[in-house]
Design a binder for this molecule. Structure first.
Ligand code: NAI
Ligand code: MG
Length: 359
């Protein structure tokens, strides 16, 4: 048996989630084999998702959270299928895990890989790369609100959806962003809100940001409104290092970032419970992509990059770097899926990454 065995819960869920989780597992298993007993992965796969919903009327087992609680990490694919309303599938599985396990920090690197064409012209001759840090436990996704008056008045149905900002919630994600900035060559944190229009929650966020910043005099700061930040992603991305934003704003910005880096299929993410009281969850940024699912053509690199983030979290930083290097060698040598201008299939790219691990 191995010196260290990591127990990983795999939840492929729906659509391309199934294909990309298989790809990431293959890469991790290849690493474990090459470690000659230094470490191993003990996988358990859970069949939850929209298929499970069709059979059981729920997205995951009733005691699913208890089943997951003792794993070292969760490796997730993507959830969502046209047979189940998206808000039901997302809340019933992914958001349920994130919120119950207090995975309050969602880290989403925007990485520019060799051999991948960016729609940004300046990416050709400028070193670009930043990290979106997303508040992952409250804000616009707190789930507070309701619907009422359906069919009973002149105004039709009424819905209220409230955003929740707590001082503790703001402070922990902002501190996380500053600590992350200290590990990067450019020590800078850009805080994103829409506090001119959202005058309560996001002004609290701005106040906390200004206060926490005084504890990090060595880190450059800026506060930018979200619409201006969207423009900045396109026009001055070389100015970015760590971008911290609320749940909804960071979700939108990170899709923009991954599109600028070449494809949504490339983007990796970690949902962290930094206190390690609960397992953290690693997943590609993209969804289940029903338009290309089951064809063997989806890009596995977002999921493989997420596996690298998982390795880092498990205390295997050299192996994480090896995976990231193998990914860069793979894209640079032209083995690419269709979304990034190539002709290779999911399994071809996965096999190339595994080959390049050895090199
Ligand atoms: P999506 O991310 O699934 O797809 C958007 C576009 O990107 C599509 O054209 C798709 O083909 C492409 N794409 C996505 N992943 C790709 C990959 N690995 N390789 C190549 N191309 C890729 O987002 P969409 O279409 O808005 O949502 C589809 C379903 O996924 C919905 O049910 C939605 O609720 C769910 N979803 C789930 C997420 C999660 O589980 N974390 C995140 C986002 C959406
Ligand atoms: Mg998203």
């Amino acid at each position: 048996t191995a010196q260290r065995t990591f127990r990983i819960a795999a939840i492929p869920a729906d659509g391309v989630g199934i294909e990309v989780v298989a790809a990431g597992r293959a890469v991790l298993d290849a690493l474990a084999t090459a470690s000659h007993g230094r470490f191993a992965f003990d996988w358990q796969e859970f069949p939850w998702g929209c298929g499970y919903h069709a059979e059981h009327g729920r997205m995951m087992a009733e005691d699913g959270l208890d089943q997951l609680a003792d794993f070292d990490a969760i490796y997730f694919g993507a959830v969502g299928w046209p047979t189940v309303p998206d808000h039901v599938s997302l809340w019933g599985l992914r958001l349920r895990i994130c919120q119950s396990f207090d995975q309050w920090a969602n880290v989403r690197p925007v990485e520019f890989l060799p051999g991948i064409r960016s729609p940004l012209r300046k990416a050709d001759d400028t070193d670009l790369g930043w990290v979106v840090v997303r508040e992952n436990s409250e804000g616009e996704y707190a789930g507070f609100g309701g619907r009422n008056f359906g069919g009973r008045g002149d105004r039709g149905e009424v819905a209220v959806q409230s955003a929740v900002f707590t001082e503790v919630g703001c402070e922990r994600i902002i501190r996380f962003a500053f600590d992350l900035a200290r590990t990067r060559s450019r020590r800078k944190v850009s805080s994103v809100t829409k506090s001119n229009a959202q005058q309560y929650g996001m002004v609290l966020w701005d106040d906390v940001f200004a206060r926490v910043a005084t504890d990090y005099p060595d880190v450059e700061t800026e506060s930018v409104l979200v619409d201006a930040m969207a423009a900045k992603f396109v026009l001055r991305p070389e100015d970015l290092s760590v971008v911290v934003a609320s749940n909804l704003n960071a979700d939108i910005l990170s899709d923009l970032g991954s599109a600028l880096a070449g494809s949504l299929g490339l983007a990796a993410s970690a949902n962290l419970n930094p206190e390690r009281r609960f397992p953290s969850m690693f997943e590609p940024v993209h969804g289940s992509a029903p338009d290309i699912a089951g064809q063997g053509i989806c890009n596995p690199l977002g999921a493989i990059g997420s596996a690298a983030l998982m390795l880092e979290h498990l205390g295997l930083p050299d192996e994480a770097k090896a995976v990231q290097h193998a990914v860069a060698v793979t894209t640079g040598s032209g083995t690419r899926t269709r979304d990034v201008g190539g002709t290779a299939g999911t399994e071809d790219v996965t096999a190339a990454v595994i080959d390049n691990l050895a090199g």
